[in-house]
Design a binder for this molecule. Structure first.
Ligand SMILES: NC(=O)c1ccc[n+]([C@@H]2O[C@H](COP(=O)([O-])OP(=O)(O)OC[C@H]3O[C@@H](n4cnc5c(N)ncnc54)[C@H](OP(=O)(O)O)[C@@H]3O)[C@@H](O)[C@H]2O)c1
Length: 293
């Protein structure tokens, strides 16, 4: 099967491509800039600006993928709020271009990476809870979901939460590497205790995406962790796992960091549907940490 992965240079894109190549898929990878990926057999890379519809159409004419996994996005809420037009172009319009081109060349399956940010307070949320985004990033991802649902193509929407995992050269660090780096340098950090999340271990997300693509499963799935934790809980677990000084982690409330955009205090996603329909069995946060360092 030939799979097109957008956002190939990003955190999800790089992990996903490694997984798919390892399982024998032919991968067409695309991102905006030059490739940051390690070199793999059965991988073709194109640097393409997805907001330009003719680029996207040419890419599909040339490559004719059987399936698309669309991970590219303006993925930082603060950046979206500071650049609303760019957020619309990257998160909504680019998704529309991909859906149009995929439909035109007869791509069989379109998988869209969305987010828990489409919901408001009161998590963890189930797939069919009412969306209520608290910021522009969440609203843009929700609008892209609507385009995916309206398209004449088999589609799956996957929502992960606050992702973490191992990193390698040219792969951006996740929260756990930030914590480890600071503590190794002896730098104190302030981490919030009053936000609840169900962070997704990237290995579990990649397992779920491969299952969805292999079995061509349509619908909406939450692929998150099974533990409800705060960023402070996560930082303490990292320090304990790596034997780093716990005393450098100061517990604070979210009000310590006046953020430019609103975020839910109690967020996170329920995974019952993925567990029962896909056989999704995510690692605990503690078990996943063993795989990250
Ligand atoms: N990270 C999380 O914790 C999290 C949680 C929930 C949901 N999500 C969703 O999961 C997906 C993946 O997130 P991520 O954190 O892995 O993303 P990321 O690391 O920020 O990477 C996104 C990639 O998309 C590419 N891109 C963005 N706009 C583009 C455009 N207009 N044209 C071509 N390429 C473009 C960028 O390519 P270049 O690097 O080449 O510029 C970038 O590497 C996103 O859809 C995000 O909304 C993420």
């Amino acid at each position: 099967m030939k799979v097109l992965v957008t956002g190939a240079n990003g955190f999800t894109g790089q992990h996903l491509i490694k997984t798919l190549i390892g399982k024998g898929f032919e991968v067409i990878a695309t991102s905006r800039n030059e490739s940051q990926l390690p070199s793999y057999n059965k991988l073709t890379y194109y640097n393409i600006e997805l907001t330009d519809v003719s680029n996207v159409e040419n890419l599909f004419d040339l490559t004719r993928p059987n399936a698309v996994i669309h991970t590219a996005a303006m993925s930082k809420p603060d950046e979206c709020s500071a650049n609303p037009n760019l957020c619309t172009a990257n998160n909504i319009e680019a998704t529309g271009h991909l859906l149009g081109a995929a439909t035109k060349v007869g791509t069989q399956h379109f998988i869209y990476l969305s987010t828990d940010f489409i919901f408001g307070e009161g998590g963890p949320h189930a797939e069919d809870d009412a969306p209520a985004p608290l910021n522009l990033y969440g609203a843009s991802k929700l609008e892209a979901e609507a385009l995916v649902n309206a398209a004449a193509i088999k589609a799956t929407i996957v929502r992960p939460v606050f992702m973490y995992g191992p990193i390698w050269q040219n792969l951006r660090p996740s929260f756990i590497q930030w914590v480890a780096g600071k503590l190794k340098n002896g730098e104190p950090i302030k981490v919030v205790t009053d936000q609840a999340r169900t962070p997704t271990y990237i290995g579990d997300l990649c397992w779920g995406l491969r299952k969805i693509i292999n079995d061509q499963v349509p619908g909406v799935f939450h692929l998150a962790g099974k533990d409800i934790v705060s960023p402070y809980d996560m930082a303490v677990a990292v320090a304990k796992h790596l034997n780093l000084p716990l005393g450098l982690i100061e517990p604070v409330t979210a009000s310590t960091f006046p953020e430019p955009v609103k975020r839910a205090q109690r967020s996170g996603l329920k995974i019952d549907k993925a567990v029962s329909l896909l056989g999704y069995a995510p690692h605990s946060f503690a078990a996943a940490l063993q795989k990250c360092f």
